[in-house]
Design a protein around this ligand. Structure first.
Ligand SMILES: [Fe+2]
Length: 226
């Protein structure tokens, strides 16, 4: 079933998206191979996003793990590709999929924010496909002085791993001076494929909510001193 959605007639800034909403829905998962077929909703054109508000507040939701415990690692998977461009907006105008803003801070185990951390993120597009030829839905950024990070993208589509779907997830690598590098994944609370996934780690599941039509999720990474 396709839910009604507003149809903005001009590009919207991220601030405008938050203010008025894009009206998307979470993807349904079905399909074969590493390509998952998205729901009819995901195929609808979506509003353009203009990166004009990089200094807005971070998403209100934060996982807020105890910063004495380093973030769990998680498998890299087969779709990592070195050399991602420096950017924090992965979604392009007109891309299908539910808009997602995800962010938080990168902390050390003493709870201090870590600036200038290289954070690399890669994910499937809304249909569950990774771009192995180019760099769609791949980006690298550096954290702000207080450790803040934020990425604007779409909710990743699910894809088959063998005979079952992996839950929606984001892949992340972090590299910080004086700290052990981290390769991990972030998951979404409530994904029906979380249960039974062979790779998921409960502490990597993000809270999230839809606010004015844009899904917002938060996660604070904690890196272990080397
Ligand atoms: Fe993956």
């Amino acid at each position: 079933m396709t839910r009604p959605r507003p149809a903005p007639d001009r590009p919207l800034s991220r601030r405008a998206l938050l203010r008025w909403g894009a009206g998307a829905t979470l993807l349904a998962a079905c399909g074969g191979g590493r390509r998952a077929v998205a729901s009819a909703d995901a195929r609808l054109p979506t509003p353009a996003v203009v990166d004009d508000d990089d200094h807005d507040d971070l998403p209100a939701i934060a996982a807020a793990p105890a910063c004495s415990a380093p973030t769990a690692d998680n498998i890299e998977g087969p779709f990592f590709k070195a050399g991602a461009p420096h950017r924090a907006v992965l979604v392009a105008d007109g891309d299908p999929g539910e808009r997602l803003i995800v962010g938080g801070r990168v902390l050390s185990t003493d709870c201090a924010g870590l600036g200038d951390v290289e954070l690399e993120i890669w994910q499937a597009d809304a249909r569950g496909d990774y771009d192995l030829d180019g760099y769609r839905y791949r980006g690298a950024l550096r954290t702000a002085a207080d450790g803040a990070w934020r990425v604007t993208t779409v909710v990743p589509g699910r894809y088959l791993n063998g005979s079952r779907y992996r839950p929606a997830h984001l892949h992340v690598k972090l590299r910080a001076a004086g700290h052990r590098p981290l390769t991990t994944q972030l998951y979404f609370a409530g994904d029906p494929y979380n249960d039974g996934d062979p790779f998921i780690v409960p502490s990597l599941i993000m809270p999230h909510r839809v606010e004015r039509g844009v899904r917002r999720a938060g996660f604070d990474f904690v890196l272990e001193p080397a």
